[in-house]
Write a protein that binds this ligand. Structure first.
Ligand code: ADP
Ligand code: MG
Length: 230
């Protein structure tokens, strides 16, 4: 069964800068099936982050329709959108966005707390996710006590907390040394191949692109090319 993970039709997004509208996305059409591992590439400013923010229901399009996990976003209420974000989509932001006053473990537990997961289960799952990203012994550290790569791994563990079907990552290896980057890539490949999680990654990194099964290149807010690994 092919379930559509993402379908965008004539998707536009403009930002108002003073009196000028900046067209960040200018008519994007694409369909991504569940289980795909897609790399969005293209020069800085081409619209990668904007597109991920729309797919993650963090921001709304100016025009066009967007269907995520088989539901049309514009038909959902604010509450339904919040549930979709909490339960089905994991987001790894470019600059991690961890809460500075919480430990690594508490950051990973937070989405489960919002969902109402029991404390014991939260504790077990957060520790097993931190172990999976190689940070079990850093569970009690605050973000400021962790390196960039470690914070990135905590933010990946947090994105997986509620077992999402779709994970969006914005330049996940951008700030990392290549060994840490490789560790993150093998984790992502594993998630995609073993757990069939749909992965959408904005990246400049050719290592990420090589691991993906499809590369969509954006240019000036439009899809320039769309190619699958043979
Ligand atoms: P990328 O992630 O590929 O570098 P972005 O999606 O961040 O590209 O940006 C696409 C375009 O939209 C750029 O021209 C950028 O300057 C503009 N843009 C992005 N976010 C905003 C914003 N909040 N306000 C105004 N312009 C924005
Ligand atoms: Mg970006």
């Amino acid at each position: 069964m092919n379930v559509i993970a993402v379908q965008a039709q004539n998707l536009h997004k403009s930002y108002l800068l003073g009196a000028t509208a900046v067209g960040a996305l200018r008519g994007v059409d694409l369909t991504i099936q569940r289980g795909e591992f897609v790399a969005f590439m293209g020069p800085s400013g081409c619209g990668k982050t904007t597109l991920l923010n729309l797919i993650g229901a963090i921001d709304t399009p100016s025009r066009g329709t967007l269907c995520v996990d088989d539901v049309v976003l514009e038909k959902l209420s604010e509450d339904q959108l919040a549930d979709l974000r909490r339960d089905r989509i994991g987001v790894v932001f470019q600059f991690y966005n961890l809460l500075p006053t919480l430990s690594a473990r508490e950051n990973v537990e937070l989405p489960m707390q919002f969902k109402g997961t029991q404390r014991t289960e939260r504790r077990e799952r957060s520790m097993s996710l931190l172990e999976r990203v190689g940070l079990k012994d850093r569970a009690d550290h605050k973000p400021a006590e962790l390196s960039g790569g470690e914070q990135q791994r905590v933010s990946i563990a947090r994105a997986l907390a509620n077992q999402p079907v779709l994970v969006l990552l914005d330049e996940p290896t951008g700030d990392l040394d290549s060994v840490t980057g490789q560790g993150i890539m093998s984790l992502l490949r594993d998630l995609n191949q073993r757990e069939k999680v749909t992965l959408l990654v904005a990246t400049h990194d050719s290592m990420v692109a090589e691991a993906s099964s499809r590369i969509i290149k954006l240019r000036d807010g439009c899809v320039e090319s769309d190619s699958r690994a043979s």
